[in-house]
Design a protein around this ligand. Structure first.
Ligand code: SF4
Length: 110
C-alpha cells in the first residue's frame, strides 16, 4: 500500500479529532442569544429590578432620572428582535423586560 493515502487518512483523522475537541470550546466562546420567549419576564419584586426602579410601563414612571420618551425599546441595553413586546436586557440576564418598560439604568441607544 502506498504511503500517501495512509498519510492523507491520518491527517484527516487528526483534523477530525482536533475539530471534535474544539467544538465545545467554540460553543462556549460564541455569544449566547437568549430568545425572549424562552426567558421569564422580569418581575417587580426582583432585587435588581427594585434597585434600578424597573417599571413595566414607562408612562407610569415618576423617578427623578426619568427622561420623557425613554423606554426599554430605545435603550442601548435592550437586545432581541425589534418589535417584540418582551426582550432580553443586558442588565437582567436570564429575564426578559417589557419594551414599554424602563429602569434607572436607561441609556439612549446609539
Ligand atoms: S437597562 Fe434599559 S432595557 Fe434594561 S430594563 Fe433598564 S431601561 Fe430597560
Amino acid at each position: 500500500m502506498s504511503q500517501k493515502p495512509m498519510q492523507a487518512r491520518r491527517r484527516f483523522m487528526m483534523r477530525l479529532a482536533a475539530a471534535a475537541a474544539a467544538a465545545p470550546l467554540l460553543s462556549l466562546s460564541m455569544p449566547r442569544r437568549a430568545r425572549a420567549q424562552d426567558l421569564p419576564k422580569l418581575t417587580l419584586d426582583n432585587a435588581q429590578a427594585k434597585a434600578l426602579a424597573y417599571a413595566e410601563d414607562a408612562s407610569t414612571v415618576t423617578h427623578a432620572s426619568f427622561k420623557a420618551g425613554s423606554s426599554c425599546a430605545n435603550c442601548q441595553f435592550m437586545q432581541g428582535k425589534e418589535g417584540d413586546a418582551y426582550r432580553p436586557c443586558q442588565l437582567f440576564p436570564g429575564h426578559s423586560v417589557s419594551a414599554k418598560g424602563w429602569c434607572s439604568a436607561w441609556a439612549k441607544k446609539a
